[in-house]
Ligand binder design. Structure first.
Ligand SMILES: Nc1nc2c(ncn2[C@@H]2O[C@H](COP(=O)(O)OP(=O)(O)OP(=O)(O)O)[C@@H](O)[C@H]2O)c(=O)[nH]1
Ligand SMILES: [Mg+2]
Length: 280
């Protein structure tokens, strides 16, 4: 059952007659995680209207974390690295963020550090052309793929833009080599600017369940994550584990992806999230 379906059934079945234990069980089943489920059941159970109390609790956890990416104009350029597992929407998010900053009249360069797959570079090159961004990429004609860290170094050394967005390879968080490669990208950036990257954003797929928590943990080991973007909230995405992630890590939530074009990026709305919960 999807997260929304589960939660919908929770709301339907919620009556004041449910015991705290029953509520706790339902919440665990709905991907809230044991710790949070216990906490909520304890708090909510004593407050009469369980539905309202549960909504308030979700609001209390998520609302303080919603914010924009604040570009520090003292940085030349302001460097953003996008990370995440296979297919979470990193490359599309590069385009969405590039467009977002262009709307703010900032100049943007992008870097195709997913050099292992030629198609990945081509995908980003298409976006670069559409958005009229400068792109740094490896030479697709050469037989050996360019080392991602060396490309990142070249990009940061040469970019004249206000914002530099770095795309990385979709990697399983348990793939040591690829994670080492990511660590290396961070190391070389710091050789040029000790404060870089200025944002390390983990891109999550809303259709992921509890594995989301694991993903945050594993990527945090490489370099501190400074914020999250949750993609694919359009359609029937679960997204529920976000409540768990938000409660566990308290990381800023920079926005959500709601489609495949550069314009399909918006701020996370708790109101919409809860409304979808009740009506989807
Ligand atoms: N519906 C929907 N589709 C999305 C969204 N974001 C990305 N996609 C689609 O999801 C697929 C994967 O997106 P990519 O941006 O290539 O993901 P990635 O993380 O770069 O993938 P890898 O480089 O293979 O790891 C593409 O078909 C995108 O068009 C979103 O917010 N909503
Ligand atoms: Mg990609």
């Amino acid at each position: 059952m999807s997260f929304f379906a589960k939660l919908k059934s929770i709301f339907k079945n919620l009556t004041s007659s449910k015991t705290n234990e029953e509520l706790e069980e339902i919440l665990i089943e709905a991907d809230f995680g044991v710790k949070l489920a216990t906490e909520i059941a304890k708090e909510v159970g004593t407050k009469g209207d369980i539905t309202e109390a549960l909504k308030n609790k979700i609001d209390t956890i998520i609302s303080p974390l919603i914010c924009d990416i604040k570009v520090n104009y003292d940085k030349h350029p302001f460097v953003i690295v996008l990370e995440g597992v296979n297919g979470s929407g990193k490359t599309t998010t590069v385009a969405k963020l590039a467009y977002h900053f262009q709307q703010m009249r900032l100049s943007v360069d992008i870097v195709a550090c997913d050099t292992f797959r030629v198609a990945a570079t081509e995908q980003l090159a298409v976006w670069a052309e559409k958005l009229n961004c400068r792109i740094f990429c490896g030479n697709s004609n050469s037989e050996k793929p360019r080392e991602p860290a060396s490309l990142a170094y070249e990009a940061l050394s040469n970019s004249k833009s206000e914002v530099l967005i770095i795309d990385t390879a979709g990697r399983l968080q348990n793939n040591r080599n690829l994670m080492n490669e990511l660590a290396k990208i961070h190391r070389v950036l710091k050789k040029i600017d000790a404060s870089a990257p200025h944002e390390t954003i983990l891109v999550l797929d809303a259709t992921t369940g509890q594995n989301m928590v694991e993903q945050v943990k594993e990527f945090q080991k490489i370099h501190p994550i400074t914020g999250l973007i949750l993609n694919k909230l359009d359609g029937n995405a679960k997204g529920g584990a976000l409540v768990h992630v938000a409660n566990e890590f308290g990381l800023p939530i920079y926005g959500v992806g709601i489609g495949e074009t550069e314009k399909d990026f918006e701020a996370f709305s708790v109101e919409k999230f809860l409304k979808d919960l009740m009506e989807k």
